[in-house]
Each structure stands twice: as C-alpha cells, then as structure tokens.
Design a protein around this ligand. Structure first.
Ligand SMILES: CCC/C=C/C(=O)SCCNC(=O)CCNC(=O)[C@H](O)C(C)(C)COP(=O)([O-])OP(=O)([O-])OC[C@H]1O[C@@H](n2cnc3c(N)ncnc32)[C@H](O)[C@@H]1OP(=O)([O-])[O-]
Ligand SMILES: Cc1cc2nc3c(=O)[nH]c(=O)nc-3n(C[C@H](O)[C@H](O)[C@H](O)COP(=O)(O)OP(=O)(O)OC[C@H]3O[C@@H](n4cnc5c(N)ncnc54)[C@H](O)[C@@H]3O)c2cc1C
Length: 679
C-alpha cells in the first residue's frame, strides 16, 4: 500500500481517559505490543494492519453515516454500496494494496458486517481460480480482478443446503447450440441465500447438476452472467432475481434468490479444470481432482476460526472487560464505595474464561490459516493427499470454535447487564454477525460428522499399524497412532502444559474408540451402514469435538513453546490463559477426562481450585490483555467498550441521537391517540 504522508488520525484518543482505566493500565505486567504481534501473526502484520486501518480512518468516504445502529435496511444497504464503491475504486487505483491489507481495510470499513461484494473475494474468485482451466482464466480473470465482474457463489437452494448432491438445479447441454440450459424445475430448486445476489452482483458461480447425453453427471460449477454490465438490469431469457428479505442480522447485505427458467449460457461457461463437456456433448473428468469443487468451502471454513470465532469473541470480551472496569454496582463491604463489577468473582469467571477462549481461537486460527496455505499449495498443483486432513480439521474447528464463540459472546452481553441489551453496547451486532457463521458454510452437526468420518478412517489405519510413522508430521491426528500403542501415563496435579495436551489427546482417542465401537456394534446387529451411522451420531460428534479440542490445545501449546524463548512476561500471561481455557474444558467435560485419563473426582476439584487461582493471576492484566487485541474504537462501535472508558457520556449521546427523539410528540402517537381523543 502506498504510504500516505497525511496519516494523522490517531487510532485512540489518549486525552480524557477515565482515571479508573489509567490506574488499571498501570498494573500491566507484560509487553502488550509483543502479544499483539502474536495475535496478528507477526510484527510485520501488526504494522500492515495498522497502516491499512489508518488509511480507512483518514478517508471520509468510509465514514459510517447514519449511525450504524439506527439505519433502516434500505439505508444500511445504501451505505454499504457507497462504501463498497469507494473501497473498490481505491483498490483499483492503488494496485500495491496487498491481500492482507485489503482484508484489514474491509474489516474496518464494514465493522461487524459482511458487505455485499464480499462473496466476490471470498468465494467467487477462489472457486473460479481453482476450477477454471487456463484458457478460461485468461478470458475471465482480467475482468474479475478489475471488479468489472462482481461475482457471488450460488449453491444453496430453498429446499437443499446441506445435501449438495441433492441440489435440483440442472445444467443440460444442448449440442444444437453449444449451450447449457440452466433450469430450476421446482419451487424448492430456486437458489436461495447467496450474498450479494439480490441487488449487487452481475455474475455468479452457480452449482448445478450437469446433464449431457441424457446422463446426470452430478454437481458442477458454471460461471453465469446475471445482470447487464451497463444497465445492471437482470438479463432477459429466463431469470427472476430478488432479495430474500429481512434476516436476524446482515441488514446491509442483499442475500438473494434466483429462479432459472431455461436460461442459456455458452458451453465454455462450465468451469473445466477437473471435468469438461466437449463440443459433441461427451463428458470427461479427472477423477482425482473431483473434490476440488469443495475447495472454496474448505478455505472459508479455515478462515472463520480466526476471522469470526476469534475476532468476534475478542471484540465482545473487550467491550465487557472495559465496561466491567467502569461499572460500579452493589454494596460489597457495608458502608464502602460500590466496587467495579470486575471485582466480583462471578464476573471474573465468565469474563476471563471467555478472554482465554478468544486468545485460543485467535492463535489456533492463525496456525490453521498457515496450515491451509501450506497444504493448499500442493492441492492446487494436483496433489490432493492433504485434502482429507484439511477438510476434517477445518470442518471440526469451524464448528467447535463458532459454537463456543457464540455462547461466549452472549455471556459477555449478559454480564454487561441492561446496557448489554442496547445496540449501543455493540454486542448484539457482533452476535448476529458471528451466529450467521454457525449456519453458512455448513451447519455444525453435519460438519462434526464429516470430521468424525475422517477420524474413524485414521483410527482403523492406526489399529492396523504398529507406529505413527505412516502419517506425515503435519497430520493433526497423529496422536491416535501414538497413544493407541502406548501406555497411559500417570497424570500429576496441577497438570503441566505437556500433560494438558496429552490429557486432551487421550480423551479424544477414547471418544473415537467409543464411536467406532458404537458403529461396529450397530453394524453387527445387521443394521445397514447409513442407519448405524445415524444412530452413532452422538458418539461421532463427541469424537469430532474432542479431536478439535486437541488441535486447539496442541497448537497453542506449540506457540507457547516459541514464546517461552522470547519473552517471560508474555509467556506467563499467555500460559495463564492457555491453562484457564484447558482446565475449564476439562471441568466441563469431566466425565470424559476421568474415564480416559484415569483421573479422579478429587483431581477435578484440584482443577476447579486452580481455575480460581488463575482468575486472581489474570485480574491485574485484564485491560492490557484486551488492549492487546488492538481494536480501533470504530471497529467495536460500542459505547461500553471504548478505549477511554467514558461509557456514560457515550450512552447518553447515543440516546439523544435516537430518531424517535427528533420530535417531542411522535406523529403516530398524535394520529392514533390524541387525534381520536383516547384519554
Ligand atoms: C458470507 C457468507 C458466505 C456463505 C457461503 C455459503 O454458505 S456457501 C454454501 C455452503 N454450503 C455448505 O457448506 C453445505 C454443507 N454441505 C457439504 O459440505 C457437503 O454436501 C457434505 C460434506 C455435508 C456432504 O457431501 P457429500 O454427500 O457429497 O459428501 P459425503 O459425505 O458423501 O463425502 C464424500 C467425500 O467427499 C469428502 N468431502 C466432503 N466435503 C468435502 C470438502 N469440503 N473438502 C474435501 N472433501 C470433502 C468427504 O470427506 C468424502 O470423502 P471420502 O470419505 O469418500 O474419501
Ligand atoms: C447469512 C447466510 C449467508 C449465506 N450465504 C450463502 C451464500 O453466499 N451462498 C450459498 O450458496 N449459500 C449461502 N447460505 C446458505 C447456507 O450455506 C445454508 O443455509 C447452510 O449450508 C445450511 O443449509 P440449509 O439452510 O438448507 O439447512 P438444512 O440442510 O436444511 O439443515 C437444517 C438442519 O437439519 C439438520 N441436518 C440436516 N442435514 C443433516 C445431516 N446430514 N445430519 C444431521 N443433521 C442434519 C441440522 O440440524 C441442520 O441445522 C447462507 C446462509 C446464511 C444464513
């Protein structure tokens, strides 16, 4: 990104800071900047992010007017389009803006929102790049990269989301014209949900069943122009397109529908890297590349751990932590000043366990991101051997971290009391954004079952093998091989970090073994596989969750080992957060740990005592620990969570700005009550 000499806007306003915050910040025992670098991934990325954020803060085209919490849906959409246009113009003008910089900018331009064009970058372009052949890329990519083509990803239908193979939309080859005919044969086959489809995008990748020479060859991707490049009107020839209406959140996003009525596209609009239809209608595919079509889902799932679970929870925690250091409530000791609510152990237990979880998701999310890019390098070159591992890991971690994050965000809202319910707290918007991710890119029971399917295969292989050497080092399931053929150790309490990781591995192995036994038991009674699988689901899901917990703990432990060499202060606080997250999970799943690790209920009680001690350890650093997330106030959009801690003044300003306060007597009240004389 070109450096801007005029970057004068400060990220934080250091003047007029609440004195309680000044005192809190003085208690800090570690180097905040180093921790920020760890969250970002490196000091270089911290600097990149800050520069990108400053560019946004300095650019008036990106301001949020009207207030994001008072905007109607129409206004919210119009705001997003205004900002999108300015953003895309900037990207086109400054080609030196990197992918990372553009992501950081986007987060701040559209705080806690998925903007209408986002599918273009997150799903449309990656799917096209990975599924189109070289000639197609040459033809289309310049216009895609130039945003002349603005694309979305159209897969889900009104009647089918999870069961991708059950999609009803057809793409039938017509050799007489060398075209595919895209058709929605039923009401339930109308494409439903795609982001940006309703009003914004002019093209899409459409997933449809390919039919040629009378044979259905299964789901394939097609690039389809939907709107005129000049007028933006939907193309004639069989398209009905619109917005699907108001949702729980996502108000500024035009999730849409499209009904295809014998709509024709050229044959070469089928993406033909792994399969193709020749001019005479012959279907040819490269079987080993078949699963590439699932690639964009793997990519987005892997990114959601950091971007949504980590960042969403960290934002809610920041707001709740800052508010807890301002808010005073209840008489603690008779006759004394009310304490800040942060001093209540009940508050600390919720706040600090969620704080710990947000650090875990961030760090593990970073590791998963790196793993994705490493493995995807080979996958794109045609070596798909790592794809099952990546799919299983991204599916399980997307599900587990988002499941835990949405509960955590809601807990943060609840510990803010009444003001947490106000949109001004910022938490409701964070919640509606993050909870959407629990549905899109795959619902969680289904994703856990995908992870379990892989785990059972690894387990079967491990039963047949005598060592772990047959699995590559980067495989997260290597512990299954290792522990299957080794004695369970005696655990010592309080647990060391190494023992914590092994305890999670032993628990996961036990859950996998149980799931396998359950399935085999049902199969042994003569039940067909699909039925046995369905009635093993509770066991299978437990196994997938336990395995995902292994990745969380082992990857953060790995990070801790690096930090230990670098900085004692950061190592101590990060270690406390790691231990807190792990012990809380052990206590929450005590039965599984008792059974798998041979530990006792007394030892679980030691964990509970240790959690209480950790709350005291973490307490002095609570504000610095959320400051380290380094969220600009504009991103948080919270009266409760601003850096300066001036909560009450902001709440009052927010209320004064309510559109209902524009008049002293509301028109509706006048029309319906005063005018007809109701007393
Ligand atoms: C801002 C918001 C944007 C939102 C966008 C969206 O929501 S877009 C819409 C998002 N929509 C969704 O997320 C829909 C969720 N639904 C799905 O992802 C799939 O349809 C399914 C996985 C549930 C089942 O599919 P199925 O019945 O075809 O699968 P199966 O179980 O018979 O397994 C067949 C084989 O394929 C393997 N495999 C499967 N997936 C992947 C993968 N991603 N990668 C690699 N591999 C994968 C699987 O492991 C198995 O391998 P094996 O063992 O034979 O070697
Ligand atoms: C905000 C948002 C944005 C979206 N954006 C897009 C987009 O851009 N493009 C796009 O194509 N789609 C998009 N979607 C659609 C999304 O991907 C689907 O909603 C999602 O995959 C779930 O499919 P479904 O709604 O059909 O639920 P269903 O598949 O009907 O599932 C409903 C419930 O049934 C149960 N269930 C279903 N199948 C199974 C099974 N095999 N085993 C166990 N339980 C099962 C689960 O409890 C599940 O929650 C979006 C959705 C949302 C909410």
């Amino acid at each position: 990104m070109k450096q801007d000499e005029t970057m004068k806007v400060k990220r934080y306003d250091d003047t007029n800071v609440n004195p309680d915050f000044v005192a809190e910040r003085k208690k800090c025992t570690f180097n905040i900047e180093l921790l920020t670098n760890i969250i970002d991934g490196s000091s270089y990325l911290t600097e990149t992010r800050r520069q990108a954020q400053l560019a946004v803060l300095n650019n008036e085209s990106f301001s949020n007017l009207p207030d994001r919490y008072y905007a109607s849906r129409d206004e919210a959409y119009a705001q997003n389009i205004r900002k999108s246009a300015a953003y895309i113009k900037l990207l086109k003008e400054d080609k030196s803006i990197s992918r990372a910089e553009s992501y950081f900018m986007q987060c701040l331009i559209f705080p806690n929102e998925v903007p209408p064009f986002s599918l273009h970058t997150t799903m449309f372009t990656p799917t096209f790049e990975s599924m189109a052949d070289e000639e197609q890329k040459k033809l289309w990519m310049p216009r895609i990269e130039n945003y002349e083509i603005l694309g979305t990803y159209i897969q889900t239908e009104m009647g089918h989301g999870t069961n991708v193979r059950g999609l009803e939309t057809t793409a039938t080859f017509d050799p007489s014209t060398d075209e595919f005919i895209i058709h929605s044969p039923t009401l339930t086959s109308i494409k439903w949900w795609p982001g940006g489809l309703g009003k914004t995008c002019n093209c899409a990748i459409v997933m449809a069943s390919l039919i040629t020479n009378g044979r259905n060859e299964g789901i394939h991707p097609f690039i389809v122009q939907l709107r005129d490049f000049e007028t933006h009107e939907p193309l004639k020839g069989g398209l009905t397109i619109g917005d699907i209406g108001t949702k729980l959140g996502f108000h500024g996003m035009d999730n849409g529908f499209v009904k295809f009525d014998q709509f024709r596209i050229p044959r070469r609009n089928m993406l033909m890297k792994s399969a193709k239809v020749t001019r005479d209608g012959t279907y040819q595919k490269e079987k080993k590349l078949e699963k590439l079509k699932y690639g964009s889902m793997v990519f987005v799932r892997a990114m959601l751990v950091f971007n949504q679970a980590g960042q969403g929870l960290a934002q809610a925690v920041t707001i709740a932590a800052r508010y807890s250091c301002v808010r005073r409530q209840s008489e603690y000791a008779p006759g004394q000043e009310e304490p800040h609510i942060i001093e209540y152990q009940a508050q600390q237990h919720i706040l600090f366990t969620e704080l710990a979880a947000s650090y875990i998701f961030y760090i593990a999310g970073n590791k998963l991101r790196e793993l994705y890019f490493t493995m995807n390098y080979d996958i794109q070159k045609g070596d798909l051997s790592d794809l099952p591992e990546l799919h299983a890991l991204s599916a399980g971690l997307k599900a587990l971290t988002l499941d835990e994050a949405v509960v955590g965000i809601e807990r943060c809202r609840l510990i803010c009391g009444g003001h947490g319910y106000s949109a001004a707290s910022g938490i409701p918007k964070i919640y509606t954004e993050v909870v959407a991710a629990c549905t899109y890119e795959g619902v969680h029971p289904v994703l856990y079952l995908q992870t379990a399917r892989y785990l059972l295969k690894v387990y079967q292989a491990a039963l047949l093998s005598s060592s772990a050497s047959s699995l590559p080092d980067n495989q997260s399931s290597k512990y299954i091989f290792r522990h299957l053929h080794s004695e369970r150790p005696r655990f010592h309490f309080p647990l060391s970090f190494v023992e914590i990781v092994e305890a999670f591995e032993r628990r996961a192995l036990m859950c996998i073994e149980k799931a396998s036994k359950k399935l085999d038991g049902l199969l042994a009674t003569g039940r067909p596989h699909h039925e046995a699988w369905n009635y093993s689901a509770c066991y299978l899901i437990r196994a997938a969750k336990a395995h995902s917990h292994v990745y969380l703990t082992s990857s953060v432990h790995e990070q801790l080992e690096t930090v230990r060499q670098e900085d004692a202060g950061v190592y101590t606080v990060l270690g406390q957060l790691f231990e807190l997250y792990a012990l809380k999970s052990i206590v929450d799943h005590a039965v599984e740990f008792i059974e798998s690790c041979g530990i006792t209920t007394d030892q679980i009680n030691i964990c509970i005592e240790r959690i209480e001690a950790l709350l005291l350890n973490i307490r002095p650093n609570v504000l610095p620990l959320v400051d380290a997330f380094d969220f600009p106030d504009r991103l948080l959009g919270s009266a409760l969570g601003c850096y300066d801690g001036n909560v009450y003044q902001r709440l009052y300003e927010y209320a004064l700005n309510s559109p209902l306060n524009k008049s002293t007597v509301n028109v509706a009240y006048f029309v319906y009550y005063i005018a007809i004389n109701i007393s």
